[in-house]
Design a binder for this molecule. Structure first.
Ligand code: PGA
Length: 245
């Protein structure tokens, strides 16, 4: 890993956890320095993370500032609670809530405009990978965001490569498969601005756990992880964070 990129490990709790888990993370999560840690709990728990030793992320936010959008929250509202990072374009949002590349691009722009850090998720289905369209598909997901946000999105923008077939399945991409895609993503970013691309963090997500983390994190272009299931267990999450440091 290049020293210009501080590793980042983000825990995406999805719709899991309770106040007891919040308490244990706030009081017990201790990580050696040198790694940026973000926990993204369900939005209703965010305000309970006061005095946490790590950053707080949200799992989604609206592209709109305010108005008649029942059930939504704006970036500024989240920011007022101390949220610094927002996961955007997760495949579950794309699939279950119809978020298109264009919507994800608008959200990413709104996130950057609010002075927050987007964790932009991209990733293919098994069908797309097997059809041979993998790189064109990922390029489409990246281009939509960079066209809307410009190269000034880098290096704040964090990209999380999350192959859909690896999410929650227990099947991870091999370190070689992941590195191949991460190198592709960085080369796409480099075409716009090589220096900024070299400083932009690209995370891997999809069944990363305490056992497989160090091998994945040892790859040149893997700068951290976006962790689902294993972020709900403080010991496992700690092991992953320490492997990233
Ligand atoms: P997983 O989820 O680690 O449970 O596979 C990752 C994610 O969806 O961000």
């Amino acid at each position: 890993m290049e020293c210009s990129r501080t590793p980042l490990v983000a825990g995406n709790w999805k719709m899991n956890g309770d106040l007891q888990l919040v308490d244990s993370f706030v009081n017990e999560l201790k990580i050696d320095s040198g790694v940026d840690i973000v926990i993204c709990p369900p939005a209703c728990f965010i305000a309970k993370f006061e005095n946490a030793q790590f950053s707080i992320g949200a799992q989604n936010a609206s592209q709109f500032d305010k108005g008649a959008y029942t059930g939504e929250q704006s970036f500024d509202m989240l920011k007022s609670l101390g949220v610094t990072h927002v996961v955007l374009g997760h495949s579950e949002r794309r699939e279950q809530h119809g978020e298109t590349n264009d919507v994800v691009a608008l959200k990413t722009k709104a996130c950057l405009d609010a002075g927050m850090t987007p964790i932009l998720c991209i990733g293919e289905s098994l069908e797309t990978r097997q059809s041979g369209d993998l790189f064109a598909f990922l390029k489409g997901q990246i281009d939509a965001v960079l066209e809307a946000c410009g190269t000034q999105a880098m290096p704040t923008l964090v990209i999380a490569y999350e192959p859909i077939w690896a999410i929650g399945t227990g099947v991870t991409a091999s370190p070689e498969q992941a590195q191949e895609v991460h190198a592709f993503i960085r080369s796409e970013l480099s075409q716009l601005d090589a220096e900024k691309a070299s400083k932009t963090r690209i995370l891997y997500g999809g069944s990363m756990n305490a056992k497989n983390a160090s091998e994945l994190l040892a790859q040149n272009d893997i700068d951290g992880g976006l962790i689902g299931g294993a972020s709900l267990k403080i010991e496992d999450f700690t092991t992953i964070c320490n492997a990233a440091g």
